[in-house]
Design a protein around this ligand. Structure first.
Ligand code: TMP
Length: 207
């Protein structure tokens, strides 16, 4: 059924995903590609509603498995409403965060376990793994410094540094398990260099 190209952008908080994704989309459009730029959790109305519940700093009572299920639920709805139709039309879908974020943040950060999180996500994604994942690699402490002056900090931004260290270990496990679809991009460099690196990889995959 899949005809387009499903690309995900991953990395720790503060790795520059939104900035880079916006620039990538501009460049791809200039080259005549039809691109859908979206993000998780969110991207469509129902998933944005779920995002609010997950990230609301007031929801301190939220259980880790509830959190994992809500991310998977928002993922499912977003796939059905946004990603599947765009892929069917042959478009490039560039999605900030996807399955690997759950594996890293819930599997390792929340310590639910990589395979349990993969299992509930199998149900949600029905085999729709990304064709390509760009991992924006940055030291997690550096990333947190970058977002340090954001006025609003969501429930996950407020987590301890130990949590973010575990998330980084989770991403390392993701890289070990899915080496065939993931490319590492050094995100500590100036944005023009990061953009060029990402574009080269995407254009090669889109050929
Ligand atoms: P964002 O700030 O990149 O939009 O993402 C919101 C937060 O949600 C971020 O701290 C990462 C987290 N997250 C998870 O914990 N699991 C997931 O599956 C996804 C998609 C995001």
């Amino acid at each position: 059924m899949k005809k387009g190209l499903f690309i995900t952008l991953e990395g720790p908080d503060g790795s520059g995903k939104t900035t880079v994704a916006t620039l990538i989309v501009e460049e791809l459009k200039k080259r005549g590609f039809s691109v859908v730029h979206t993000r998780e959790p969110g991207g469509i109305e129902i998933a944005e509603q779920i995002r609010k519940v997950i990230l609301d700093p007031k929801n301190t009572a939220m259980d880790a498995r509830t959190e994992a299920l809500l991310y998977a639920a928002s993922r499912r709805q977003h796939l059905v409403e946004r990603v599947f139709p765009a892929l069917k039309e042959g478009k490039i879908v560039l999605c900030e965060r996807f399955l690997d974020s759950s594996l890293a943040y819930q599997g390792y950060g929340r310590q639910i376990g990589f395979d349990d999180v993969l299992k509930i996500n199998d149900f949600a994604i029905e085999g729709c793994f990304p064709d390509l994942t760009l991992f924006l690699d940055i030291d997690e402490e550096e990333g947190l410094k970058r977002i340090g002056d954001r006025a609003f900090k969501d429930r996950l931004d407020q987590e301890s540094i130990d949590f973010h260290h575990r998330v980084k270990q989770g991403y390392e496990e993701v890289l070990r398990r899915f080496p065939e679809r993931i490319r590492i991009v050094d995100a500590s460099r100036p944005v023009e260099e990061v953009l060029k690196n990402c574009l080269d990889i995407i254009l090669e995959a889109a050929e």
